[in-house]
Design a protein around this ligand. Sequence first.
Ligand SMILES: Cc1ncc(C[n+]2csc(CCOP(=O)(O)OP(=O)(O)O)c2C)c(N)n1
Length: 562
Amino acid sequence: MKVSEFIADRLEELGIRHVFGVGGANIEDMFAAVQRRRPRVCMVLDKHEHAAGTAADASARVTGGLGVVFVTSGGGAMNLVHSMAEARTSGVPLLAIVGEPPTELQGIGAFQDTSGRGGAIDAAATFGTVSVWCKRVERIEQIEQVPRLLSEALDAALGAQPGPAVLLLAKDVQCADLSVERPLPPYVPPDPPQPDLAAVRSAAALLRSGPVLIIAGDEVARANAQPDLASIAHTLDAQVAVAPEARDAFDNYSPRFVGISGAMGGASVERALARSAVCLLAGTRLPLLARQGLEQALSQKALVSLGRKRSFVKPSETLHVEAELRGALRALRLELGAPLPTTSSRHRPASPERPLQSVLDSRTALRVIEAALPDECVVIVDAGNTGATTVHDLRLPRDSRWLLAMGMAGMGYGFGAAIGAAFASGRRCFVIAGDGAFFMNGFDIHTAVEHRLPITYLIFNNSAHGMCLVREQLLLGGESGYNSFRRSHLGAGIGAMFPGIEACDCRTTTELADSLAGALRGSGPSVISIELDRVEIPPFASFRRLSAGRSTVGRGSSDEDH
Ligand SMILES: Cc1ncc(C[n+]2csc(CCOP(=O)(O)OP(=O)(O)O)c2C)c(N)n1
């Protein structure tokens, strides 16, 4: 059996339905092996390796399982680095198979050589730092090691500290014959780390002394542990804030919900923290953007944290229960004697059918979007002003998922991620991104067109790298406007380029509401460009202090050119 067939069999056995990637000579055998197993497992051809990596990442975040990506050597491998770094920092389990030139040509000027020999760059060193595991089968004589290496890679990706595992496989290794027993002994994934029950008892005792503020992180929804968290909040009569990447951890319409913690949050979390005596961090380490503005108050509270890693805040004084989050929350819930809720979450208040006609700014647009979002959808939020304002303002509907890549906070995550999320969930996905993010990584819209995926892209078109323009003016005092650019008609352009896509440019609330309604009636992809005349100052704590009540910035001294 060929190595490529062996790996494809393993993926099928693991229940992988889609492998994302971009082809090339040094990975084509892996592609072919997967395609031979259609429809049980299929290759999805992305348009950029970054998109393939983020599609695998989103697929893993949505399912709580493993995402898989295949890329070729050289530029293909290098294009994958950013998405691996995101997955590594955010602890997302991925398996990346990266092709390399045939072993006999490595180090002697092979095409796209990444072997580290003969002056070639070393892909193992590159991926070593952005993965939790990276190894290469160095010589063709070592192919019998492939089954063990694959198990090692899966163990690392799915282990106590999940993340991307990268297996570097030369073309001749992929094609070589492997002697394996049939049927294959099944792969058994590692057991998730269990909580120490004495630590859980101490945590429960401290929390009972209350009052409690819970700050929940993205591990909650990824572990499918929202009901356990809701039950604990109810039993402790706690208020609940969420980290920016975790709007899906708790019902946004609950009276207990106090909003987003940190730089993109509001004063309600500060007030709730001031009222509390104990703070429970559930599945968040509380990195800077999730804690900014709360540090002083947090230093005076008793802290309990649950999750795979210790919190960044007072790590030595925090009562930490180190475990997979669902197990930890379940153990705490049982210790507190808290029953699971019988209903999932409250219904949203009904919103008026059609908004009053007005010109769009970001926050008005988000109110229209919020009213249109269906329950059980996936919202994927990109970077920049658009991302920050969405994090601050957009309440997530019932039983929906929220994906925000805070690991690298790289622009353009949403375009590839939506492909993975749509395949993995089968639900309608909404990408909320700036025009700069679209220009950077937006062409995976074509993959959504190809597969008729239910994705609506909402592009906030302010003709600028808005966040950078705001920084340029508020923080640097500059007026040159190098961060703004000429206006584009993205809806019209994308509509003309991709036959079959619903695409438009919207200037008013009513146009936006009608376009969203149209997008929801259809079953395929749609693009709505939200035309913004001004670059707004987003609700970021550091900007609020400097903006002196202004809500927008000028476009700079080169305004007349635009
Ligand atoms: C890959 C990457 N490069 C650069 C940045 C730095 N950066 C943060 S926000 C931003 C501008 C975002 O512009 P756009 O997507 O149009 O959103 P807007 O801020 O205008 O809403 C830049 C360049 C980044 N986050 N990611």
